[in-house]
Design a protein around this ligand. Structure first.
Ligand code: FES
Length: 67
Protein backbone atom coordinates (compact mmCIF):
# COMPACT_ATOMS: atom_id res chain seq x y z
CA UNK A 1 0.00 0.00 0.00
CA UNK A 2 1.32 3.41 -0.90
CA UNK A 3 1.98 5.66 2.07
CA UNK A 4 3.67 8.53 0.25
CA UNK A 5 2.45 9.31 -3.22
CA UNK A 6 5.07 12.00 -3.86
CA UNK A 7 7.90 9.49 -3.41
CA UNK A 8 6.04 6.24 -4.20
CA UNK A 9 6.86 4.92 -0.71
CA UNK A 10 4.97 1.85 0.38
CA UNK A 11 4.29 0.57 3.87
CA UNK A 12 6.99 -2.03 3.19
CA UNK A 13 9.50 0.73 2.44
CA UNK A 14 8.62 2.44 5.72
CA UNK A 15 8.94 -0.80 7.67
CA UNK A 16 12.31 -1.54 6.07
CA UNK A 17 13.49 1.92 7.13
CA UNK A 18 12.25 1.38 10.67
CA UNK A 19 13.92 -2.02 10.92
CA UNK A 20 17.01 -0.42 9.41
CA UNK A 21 17.29 1.97 12.33
CA UNK A 22 15.26 5.02 11.33
CA UNK A 23 14.12 6.65 14.57
CA UNK A 24 12.68 9.90 13.20
CA UNK A 25 10.39 10.65 10.31
CA UNK A 26 13.14 12.40 8.35
CA UNK A 27 15.28 9.29 8.74
CA UNK A 28 12.51 7.15 7.26
CA UNK A 29 12.63 9.23 4.08
CA UNK A 30 16.43 9.27 4.11
CA UNK A 31 16.58 5.47 4.37
CA UNK A 32 14.32 5.29 1.33
CA UNK A 33 16.55 7.71 -0.58
CA UNK A 34 14.09 10.58 -0.68
CA UNK A 35 12.70 13.38 1.46
CA UNK A 36 9.25 14.67 2.34
CA UNK A 37 7.80 16.96 -0.26
CA UNK A 38 4.15 17.92 0.31
CA UNK A 39 4.08 16.47 3.84
CA UNK A 40 0.77 14.75 3.25
CA UNK A 41 2.14 11.42 4.46
CA UNK A 42 4.01 12.74 7.49
CA UNK A 43 1.25 11.92 9.96
CA UNK A 44 0.98 8.33 8.71
CA UNK A 45 4.76 7.88 8.80
CA UNK A 46 4.83 9.27 12.33
CA UNK A 47 2.06 6.88 13.42
CA UNK A 48 3.95 3.93 11.94
CA UNK A 49 7.12 5.09 13.69
CA UNK A 50 5.35 5.40 17.05
CA UNK A 51 3.71 1.99 16.68
CA UNK A 52 7.06 0.43 15.79
CA UNK A 53 8.81 2.00 18.79
CA UNK A 54 5.95 1.01 21.10
CA UNK A 55 6.02 -2.61 19.91
CA UNK A 56 9.80 -2.76 20.16
CA UNK A 57 9.73 -1.31 23.69
CA UNK A 58 7.09 -3.82 24.76
CA UNK A 59 9.11 -6.70 23.29
CA UNK A 60 12.26 -5.51 25.04
CA UNK A 61 10.39 -5.24 28.36
CA UNK A 62 9.07 -8.79 27.97
CA UNK A 63 12.55 -10.08 27.19
CA UNK A 64 14.00 -8.23 30.18
CA UNK A 65 11.31 -9.75 32.39
CA UNK A 66 12.19 -13.20 31.08
CA UNK A 67 8.87 -13.86 29.39
S1 FES B 1 2.68 12.26 0.09
FE1 FES B 1 4.60 12.00 1.05
S2 FES B 1 5.62 13.89 0.74
FE2 FES B 1 3.76 14.09 -0.38
Amino acid sequence: MYICHCNALTDGDVHRALHGGAGRTAEVYRHAGCKAQCGGCARTVLCMLREFISARTAAEAMMAAGD
